[in-house]
Design a protein around this ligand. Structure first.
Ligand SMILES: *[C@@H]1O[C@H](CO)[C@@H](O)[C@H](O)[C@H]1NC(C)=O
Ligand SMILES: *[C@@H]1O[C@H](CO)[C@@H](O)[C@H](O)[C@H]1NC(C)=O
Ligand SMILES: *[C@@H]1O[C@H](CO)[C@@H](O)[C@H](O)[C@H]1NC(C)=O
Length: 327
């Protein structure tokens, strides 16, 4: 009996240590892929502990996916060594204190037009490149610039990458740079000043001084549209006008990898909106309707930088704040 207890204890000890080794190998691969370096051994050890917790959580989500209990898979990405609190600190859309804007137009479906059953604006070459905001809370700038890139491509037939850093540096009268910003209240700045190219005013991922040069402006916007409260109107806008910026709650998206994102617990109230993204299409797969969303967390995240959201259920508050520019 004693011998048996000893033997089974050894089995547990061995498998725990081999799990530790497997996790260690995954951590090394993760560090290499995402260029992670840590200050010292202590930080390395604490990041490894966080990574292991996150890995267990991802594995149990994917086990539920295998059982048909989840609609999407999760994977290790650049956030795998961050706590949920650290991740949330990067989400910085400002909604609560935004001014009430009256000088914008509501969306109206053009006479005789109707939204198609599905659309993917990537196929029409009007979606700019996937970018990476890194640890700066600049989602608002990426969503606004992405929408302006699309409006310009709809007009010219060519995609030109435009500058997020300009918005971060030059709209500090209403926004907070890497600490967050607003959506439609920022469009009047682009209307008046225009945007430089990404090449002329490149992304730094931190707050900087405004070096705006009006001679380098690629485009201004003519006007912008703001609406909220209807998934049907959002579909009509995306289907007939082009990509639309939306505010969402992104707390649950940290490890999204593949599939149609559905989280019934994701908040839908305006107070929970903490991230801005660009809806660039919609469709259906095996009877499940989805939105196609362009994110700003690089191409290693999600479906090559995109996420598909369940459509028709106000997933994570997607109909709360909707806006797009016109050129
Ligand atoms: C698009 O860009 C290409 C390459 O710069 C250029 O040759 C072409 O004329 C542009 N097309 C339009 C419609 O501006
Ligand atoms: C911005 O300008 C101030 C004052 O000229 C200077 O002290 C600061 O270093 C500048 N910041 C950056 C990021 O260049
Ligand atoms: C739409 O926005 C208005 C203010 O702009 C707000 O009063 C209303 O509650 C919003 N509706 C929804 C469904 O978010």
């Amino acid at each position: 009996m004693k011998g048996f207890i000893l033997a089974s204890f050894l089995v547990v000890a061995v498998s725990a240590s081999s799990l530790f080794q497997q996790d260690g190998a995954k951590f090394q691969a993760f560090k290499l892929q995402h260029g992670k370096t840590y200050k010292n051994q202590a930080e390395e050890a604490s990041r490894f502990a966080i990574f292991r917790d996150n890995l267990r959580s991802i594995e149990s989500h994917n086990a539920r996916f295998e059982q048909g209990l989840e609609t999407y898979t999760q994977g290790i990405n650049q956030f795998a060594d961050m706590t949920d609190a650290e991740f949330k600190a990067m989400l910085a859309l400002q909604y609560a204190n935004k001014p009430n804007f009256n000088d914008n137009s509501k969306f109206q479906l053009p006479e005789g037009a109707s939204a198609p059953d599905s659309i993917d604006w990537r196929e029409k070459n009007v979606v700019g490149p996937i970018k990476n905001q890194a640890s700066c809370g600049s989602c608002w700038a990426f969503a606004l610039v992405g929408s302006t890139e699309s409006a310009l491509a709809l007009k010219t037939g060519n995609v030109t990458s435009l500058s997020e850093q300009q918005l971060i540096d030059c709209t500090t009268d209403i926004n907070f740079g890497c600490s967050g910003g607003m959506l439609e209240p920022t469009f009047p700045y682009i209307q008046q000043n225009g945007l430089e190219s990404e090449a002329d005013y490149p992304y730094q991922g931190e707050d900087g001084n405004c070096t705006y040069d009006s001679s380098k402006v690629v485009t201004k916007i003519t006007s912008y549209v703001y609406f909220n409260g209807s998934e049907e109107v959002l579909k009509e806008a995306v289907g007939t006008a082009g990509p639309v910026v939306v505010g969402i709650d992104a707390d649950y998206m940290k490890y999204y990898s593949n599939g149609i994102f559905t989280e019934s617990g994701c908040p839908q109230d305006s107070a929970s909106l903490d991230h801005a993204v660009l809806v660039i299409g919609y469709g259906s797969e095996d009877g499940s309707d989805y939105w196609i969303i362009k994110n700003s967390w690089g191409t290693a995240w999600g479906e090559s930088g995109f996420i598909r959201f369940a459509r028709g259920v106000n997933q994570c508050g997607i109909i709360t704040e909707n806006t797009y520019p016109i050129i």
